[in-house]
Design a protein around this ligand. Structure first.
Ligand code: FES
Ligand SMILES: [Fe+2]
Length: 321
């Protein structure tokens, strides 16, 4: 994930880092988003350094060639005629989905995406926070399947896996029960987490006691070796059809949901801040040394370091017990 969609407005040209390289993201005047390698095919000018959007094109500041969204020259600069360059600007496959901008980087420029992130939630109302991490996306993803640390590090009273995980090519999904002890008694949340490759995961928490649902969309960007950015979008929805919320006017339940979404983002950031120092210092152990008790049958603790390693077969699970 490169950025939340709403951060790239029509006419904007942004340079973002991805895997130790620059990538240029722009939005045309009609609202179409495009992601390109930064270098102009004429003499290599970086389009993020002074390039601009003109209608449906991006213009190179050096000799003012304009490129269309397919990367072809749409218009030459002053003093040029005909088709003066053969090469195109390199366009990367991108999608806007779940409130974010996602880009595919294949092994070579012509490699088409093997899969795409499906829309799993509606974007309006999602609040995003950015978190910089001194780690690799693999570690972040494996954290999401490490149930024992939910108790030890995040202080949940219980953390258990429910049912069987789903392994479906690029998607890995499972359901968990997390229990938190509060001064008002135990609160149970049922969470389903689905990972889509190493760049996106969707977490849905339902808290039946409070009749609310907390959605988290997490995009991960590898910036450089052992440097990543996490974009966390959250939304809390409340069941307004049931009492006591059903007695409130619509504007009041909307305002309550808005406040709950902000609280949801705050609590997600607080939980993640507990993982940050662990990620920052830890080294990656491969294969994982799974301890007895690391998950119900070893699938969900450190085990998925092999089962969700996406360059490897998804179906190979580690069983420790
Ligand atoms: S370098 Fe871009 S138009 Fe010449
Ligand atoms: Fe964690």
């Amino acid at each position: 994930m490169l950025a939340p969609s709403r951060e790239v407005r029509a006419g904007a040209v942004l340079t973002l880092r991805l895997m130790d390289e620059d990538i240029v993201v722009y939005r045309t005047r009609s609202g179409r988003l495009n992601v390109v390698r930064p270098y102009c095919p004429h003499l290599g000018t970086h389009l993020g350094c002074g390039g601009w959007v003109d209608g449906e094109s991006i213009v190179c500041p050096f000799h003012r060639f304009a490129f269309d969204v397919d990367g072809a020259v749409a218009r030459v600069g002053p003093g040029y005629t005909g088709q003066p360059v053969r090469d195109k600007l390199v366009v990367l496959p991108s999608d806007e989905v779940n409130g974010g901008i996602y880009v595919w980087v294949g092994a070579d420029a012509d490699e088409a995406p093997h899969w795409r992130i499906p829309p799993v939630l509606e974007a309006p109302g999602l609040k995003f926070a950015r978190i910089r991490l001194g780690t690799h996306p693999q570690e972040i993803t494996e954290n999401g399947v490490d149930l024992r640390h939910q108790q030890a590090l995040h202080a949940f009273a219980e953390a258990e896996c429910i049912g069987e995980p789903v392994l479906d090519r690029y998607r890995y999904s499972y359901t968990m029960h997390l229990t938190r002890a509060t001064p008002f008694g135990k609160v149970l949340a049922e969470g389903t987490i689905s990972f889509y490759g190493l760049g996106f995961y969707h977490l849905v928490f339902r808290v039946p006691q409070y009749r609310l649902q907390h959605d988290m969309a997490v995009g991960i960007r590898a910036l450089a070796p052992w440097e990543s950015e996490m974009l966390v979008g959250t939304r809390v929805t409340m069941d307004a059809a049931r009492a006591p919320l059903s007695r409130l006017p619509r504007a009041a339940t909307d305002a309550l949901s808005e406040t709950a979404s902000r609280l949801g983002l705050f609590s997600a950031k607080r939980l993640l801040s507990q993982d940050v120092p662990i990620w920052h210092g830890k080294r990656y152990i491969n294969p994982p040394r799974i301890a007895r008790g690391d998950g119900r049958s070893g699938h969900f603790a450190s085990g998925p370091s092999s089962s969700i390693r996406l360059s490897e077969p998804l179906s190979s699970c580690v069983c420790a017990d």
